[in-house]
Ligand binder design. Structure first.
Ligand code: MLT
Ligand code: MN
Ligand code: ZN
Length: 299
């Protein structure tokens, strides 16, 4: 399969419009350090049609940034767009509004995410004069057969009950936030995409072991980073993002896994947004990398 990395930043992107922290200032000085909100475009090794994993507020620029995703003169001007969601966060869903020129948007998500988007964001109501939304339930791995999207098999690994702030009073559900497992039967390769990891589980350990490439939550390098940088009064884990480093960090879980591991969803406070930060070399020594915008992973 082909994974096109559309963006690798957490909420706000790098730089974020209202922020002048060292990471944001560095990205203003060095445009190569800019990161758009995390998302992917994926297609199988031979079939032509791609789907999006998350639809970010940057979606139009992101599609434009990959020559392989731009429309060409011979193609349908109002295509069907396919979107698979890991959660209902604004940074992963606002792009659905920007895709209103599509003739139809097929959306795969879990039941609580569907409810948040329809009952709270009024997505169906607002978009109905523009396009048709076609909702599909995203099956959980191991409990139902996977969804077939363009020849790829998709399943969700439940990660947490963390709801978006705009839906904080919605009922708890274990699949508010999920990892996407994407399997290509043509190449027998699997990718795992988990941009918001609140807690580690045995199920996730198994999903990593079954994957060849893992794109995973790299919001914060250390647990105290949000507090130390004045970004929040809470720790990274209290904000629903396991840090990379530390006793409960994801690096300990993932190092030496033999899989291609790429951190994504980087917050602008994360020292890793500076390509010269020594943490890059240290993580590389553990077999862990950092995803970059506009790269393509072949699996
Ligand atoms: C997150 O990743 O924690 C959310 O996107 C934060 C938010 O926007 O509330
Ligand atoms: Mn986010
Ligand atoms: Zn900043």
């Amino acid at each position: 399969m082909l994974l096109r990395v559309l963006g690798t930043a957490a909420g706000g992107g790098v730089p974020q419009w209202n922020c002048a922290c060292p990471g944001c200032a560095g990205a203003r000085r060095h445009p190569a350090r800019r990161r758009l909100h995390d998302g992917l475009a994926v297609r199988s090794a031979h079939a032509g049609d791609w789907f999006l994993a998350n639809a970010t507020p940057d979606i139009a620029e992101q599609l434009e940034s990959h020559p392989g995703l731009r429309p060409d003169a011979g193609r349908e001007r109002t295509p069907v767009v396919r979107v698979v969601l890991t959660d209902a966060e604004l940074d992963h869903t606002l792009g659905l509004f920007r895709l209103r020129e599509a003739s139809r948007i097929d959306i795969w998500c879990t039941p609580p995410v569907h409810r948040a988007l329809t009952a709270r964001l009024s997505l169906g109501e607002v978009l109905s004069p523009y396009t048709t939304l076609n909702w599909h339930e995203l099956p959980l791995t191991g409990t139902a057969s996977p969804a077939d999207i363009g020849g790829l098999h998709l399943g969700a690994v439940p990660l947490s009950a963390k709801r978006p702030r705009y839906a904080a009073d919605e009922p708890a559900h274990p699949a508010w936030s999920v990892a996407l497992s994407i399997h290509d039967p043509a190449t027998a390769k699997t990718a795992l995409y988990a941009p918001a990891l609140a807690a580690w589980s045995d199920r996730l350990t198994d999903a990593v072991a079954e994957s060849d490439c893992v794109l995973i939550d790299g919001t914060f390098l250390t647990d105290d980073e949000p507090r130390r940088t004045g970004f929040s009064r809470r720790t990274a884990s209290a904000m629903g993002h396991l840090p990379i480093d530390g006793p409960h960090g994801t690096a300990r879980r993932l190092r030496g896994s033999g899989r291609q591991i790429l951190y994504t969803h980087l917050n602008n406070s994360n020292p890793l947004v500076d390509p010269d930060d020594p943490a890059h070399e240290r993580l590389a020594g553990l077999g862990l990398g950092v995803a970059a915008d506009r790269t393509v992973v072949h699996l």
